[in-house]
Ligand binder design. Structure first.
Ligand SMILES: NC(=O)C1=CN([C@@H]2O[C@H](COP(=O)(O)OP(=O)(O)OC[C@H]3O[C@@H](n4cnc5c(N)ncnc54)[C@H](O)[C@@H]3O)[C@@H](O)[C@H]2O)[C@@H](O)CC1
Ligand SMILES: Nc1ncnc2c1ncn2[C@@H]1O[C@H](COP(=O)(O)OP(=O)(O)O)[C@@H](O)[C@H]1O
Length: 297
């Protein structure tokens, strides 16, 4: 058994603060959009079309070069009018149909693909995720309804680098035990091991077995954040930010930690001026200032 000082030192090692992020650094952006990385966001429904806007902006604000959104045909036109910087592509009318043409190409070519924001139907999400997997995405982030369908998918159909961004309810769905809402660490560790994935939630990063950042024994702990982050659309922003860092070429556990830290820092900055009265879209905008703060140090 480790002594108290050993376990304190181990816990310090797992803490991620601005100094840690400066040590890790960010990949060189290069000269072109392509060299900053491509991401794809797959989601949206008629009820919640804006979730992909939040995830799109978050991925761009953390420095991804190009972000495409892949959405149901019923909202494609509407979203196109709101996303002048995006490639907006329609999913097939039949969710069970394969992706073809530009949709298949962007999914196969992107450094990171996020599935989930704004979907509101389990069978449709399952069919769309199957279609995305058939294009062999390089790195995959799953959020919201995509997490509800994850337990039914064989691990070997998913890419090696798999990242999950559950909220508390989704963590409970994925976890084998009742969730202790006062201490999410055991659930984060359990879900990371069970799904061989990186799990990012509430300042914690659970790492997949064999991850070079240090196994699954205890999660990385990312400082900052607070109850202001519990606002509609906040999870869409977090998932988009992590996808953006992943698209830039950062390995999964570090991309998760960068995303959680920038999201929390954005929340802290907005709480200082607005109290609880800020919107998720403002969190997305603020991410750029958070990243800048690390770079300027
Ligand atoms: N609720 C909100 O205020 C907002 C929701 N948004 C989007 O709306 C979608 C739904 O979010 P909510 O938080 O309302 O989610 P719900 O409260 O409907 O569901 C929470 C989670 O439970 C699981 N689930 C739901 N129905 C299920 C079923 N029939 N079988 C198995 N698992 C099921 C899913 O993993 C889901 O993400 C998400 O895609 C989210 O991105 C965003 O657009 C922003 C605002
Ligand atoms: N009270 C809180 N303290 C710290 N972080 C929080 C808090 N509430 C939410 N967050 C952060 O914001 C993210 C999104 O929160 P939440 O609103 O629960 O998700 P969603 O938008 O997916 O329903 C969480 O995963 C977590 O990282």
């Amino acid at each position: 058994m480790s002594s108290p000082s050993e376990s304190e030192a181990a816990s310090r090692d797992r803490r991620v603060d601005v100094g840690t992020l400066r040590r890790w650094g960010l990949p060189e952006p290069g000269r072109t959009k392509q060299s900053r990385g491509d991401a794809v966001i797959v989601g949206a429904s008629r009820r919640t079309p804006g979730a992909v806007i939040l995830a799109f902006e978050a991925a761009m604000r953390v420095g991804a070069g190009r972000v495409a959104v892949l959405v149901p045909g019923s909202v494609e036109e509407q979203l196109g009018a709101h996303l002048p910087e995006a490639a907006v592509l329609a999913l097939p009318d039949d969710p069970a149909a394969p992706l073809t043409g530009a949709a298949a190409e962007v999914v196969a070519g992107a450094g990171a693909v996020l599935v989930g924001p704004g979907f509101d139907d389990v069978p449709q999400t399952r069919a769309t995720l199957d279609a995305v997997l058939a294009c062999a995405p390089q790195r995959l982030v799953l959020d919201a309804y995509a997490l509800a369908v994850l337990p039914g998918i064989a691990r070997d159909r998913l890419p090696g680098e798999l990242l999950l961004t559950p909220n508390e309810d989704e963590l409970e769905i994925l976890s084998r035990a009742d969730l202790d809402r006062n201490d999410l660490s055991p659930a984060v560790v359990d879900v990371a091991a069970r799904f061989e994935a990186t799990v990012a939630a509430y300042g914690l990063v659970g790492t997949a077995p064999g991850d070079p950042t240090g196994g699954t024994a205890s999660p990385l702990q990312v400082e900052g954040g607070g109850p202001g982050l519990a606002t509609a659309g906040s999870g869409d922003v977090l998932a988009g930010a992590i996808t953006g860092f992943l698209a830039r070429g950062i390995p999964a556990a570090r991309a998760a930690a960068w995303g959680l830290w920038a999201h929390a820092r954005a929340g802290d900055r907005l709480t200082a001026t607005h109290g609880l009265g800020f919107l998720a879209r403002e969190l997305a905008t603020e991410l750029a200032f958070a990243v800048r703060e690390v770079e300027q140090g």
